[in-house]
Write a protein that binds this ligand. Sequence first.
Ligand SMILES: Nc1ncnc2c1ncn2[C@@H]1O[C@H](COP(=O)(O)OP(=O)(O)OP(=O)(O)O)[C@@H](O)[C@H]1O
Length: 721
Amino acid sequence: MKSGGALLGGLRFGFGRRVPVVLQSEAAECGLACLAMVAGYHGYETDLGEMRRRFTASLKGMHLSRLMQVAAELRLDARAVRLELDELARLRLPCILHWDMNHFVVLTDVDRNGATIIDPAHGRLTLPLSEVSEAFTGVALELVPAANFEPAARKPSVSLRALAGSVEGLRSALLRVFALALVLEVLGILGPFYMQWVLDEVLVINDHSLLTLLGLGFLAVTLFTAAFSVLRSWVILYVNATLGVQWATNAFAHLMKLPLDFFERRHIGDVVSRYGAIQNIRQTITTELVSAVLDGIMASALLIVMSIYSLELTAVAIGILLLYLLLRWVAYEPLRAATERHIYAGATQQSHLLEAIRGVQALKRFNADSARTARFGNLLVETTNQQIREQQLSILFGAAQHLLLSAGHVAVIWLAALQVMHGGFTIGMLVAYAAYASQFIGRGDGLINAWISFRMLRLYGERLADIALAAPEKNVESTYLGPDPAPHLLAKNLAYRYGADEPWVLEDVSFELAPGESLAVVGLSGCGKSTLVKLLLGLLTAERGELLMGEVDVRQLGLRRYRALVGSVMQADTLFAGTLADNIALANPEASLDDIVAASRAAAVHDEIAALPMGYQSLVGDMGSVLSGGQQQRVLLARALLAKPRVLVLDEATSHLDSLRERQVNDNLRALGITRVVIAHRWESIVQCDRIMRLSDGRLKEVSRQVLEGNLLHQPDAELV
Ligand SMILES: Nc1ncnc2c1ncn2[C@@H]1O[C@H](COP(=O)(O)OP(=O)(O)OP(=O)(O)O)[C@@H](O)[C@H]1O
């Protein structure tokens, strides 16, 4: 039973409330964005950043059932309905429609001719029913506030300090810029007096010596002005550079501290574009912040000076500025929406570009390059269209602004001239007043523009917040004071899934591995072996269960210390741009060449590196394209061995090697006596391990070698999984 308040809250009078537009930034977030819009309509104002932090969506997106769960957490009663197109009008609006089989949109209005929807990927659209019919799958989600629904005002936007981290020397540098600029402004305010004196004092009585004095005096003022203005630009340059470097480094350092699943849930282009938001924020701060403060002070000072001349005329100038403020206020929302769509389209295009570069080989092999180019063209047109729309709006409002301000200026001079005719002003006062009024309107214009820019900054701030406010990896530092634990691994009931609405990939994984022992984990493709490896390396955190090394919980040992003890080679490991030596010495850049050679020998790759013309100084591309697949794997193994790990975790680390090399590598590893966990499909690698376990249905079970060998004989294709 609903409370009366909640029922009344559901009434719609057709005015007042409007569904806010929340644009998604990734394909998988359409469901979250739709919920944010409906919740916003009912009074729970939120944004995508907050939604993402509260309800993680995996890259695969959300099912309807998960949407209903999230709706329940937002205290909205959700009801999924199946209906025909002509029944849309019976839905309680706004509601969510399942769209094109893989998307969600919000339906805000529907009548006989068409429907208005908000597509989180494109914004508000009005479509004829024929188009709705093509995309609508027949499933809708009605949402009404539950009895315990609580409206919430949007949280104040994140502070710049939280976004930027601490920036040294910013305050003092800004103060310096401010002081210099203030001097300049005061000098600037003297200019109109010069005109007034020349007109009223010099010309009237033909006073040559006064003219000379005034001329020299104001020439000196001009010189000072030039010098201060150079100094101010210099300091701004310094602030810009300092802020830029510190800020970008802070954000990068924070990005590197984020847990792996932050990256696994996002597209690389999106992360890059969000990181790029720093540029826009910095630009606004350094160019607009100081001038906004100055404009405010100067506008007030000018207002006082102008009031001394004439109160009525000053009221007119204020009126003009207020009209201008109204114009900007009306223009704000369309401009903000256009800017947001522009940013979103740009990020999508960037993702596409990065993905195409990374996958260029596959695109060529499948003759998909022209289709990819066409899609890129479409995205580019979309971005450009949004940019054109943004600029068209700017041009229109710019013209209106120019018209208003110029007309205002004419009016002020007109009225001041009337004052001269009535004897209230001298000619000099008219000229000086006109100059002050023009400065005042200019300052007011600057102040209003800065206010708009700062409001727009929120858009970029919210994008950056996704990185800056994401929680860094936990348990990185050690709280265990004892010596390094023995390489004895104990996993107890580990469980993991990639999202709250995803199935458990690992349900109950337990095993124990004594020092020096080696364990092969086999299982069907997709059963969760790589996921288990990521848990063992502390890259993912188990939802349940614990992992101990030498009886010390890994959380207590700290991930940094644990990772220094555990070496690994992963399926999709990459080399970095640089020399082979740099790559092998990744964990220990100070390592001697002897250490590097020893690790390479153990990984059976030394001879091939030594045979290269530049040996260990050979450069590899950032995708390692100089080396063959098998060579890359062995270089990666050398990199893991260089740090002298106590435990080695290998996820299909020798899959590209021929059997001879594989045996050689395995023999070397065995001789080193390192505790090993090996994920492999090939018999060669499995058979050399002391124990074999099979992962299936989220559980790990010991398999006897004989059974596996028997399987091999009878079903050569099935045994290795
Ligand atoms: N980032 C992710 N988000 C959501 N699901 C994921 C993610 N990564 C993997 N999965 C899912 O988890 C399951 C296990 O994946 P995993 O990569 O661990 O399998 P695997 O046993 O290593 O497979 P293979 O032998 O083919 O490498 C798969 O069903 C996969 O769809």
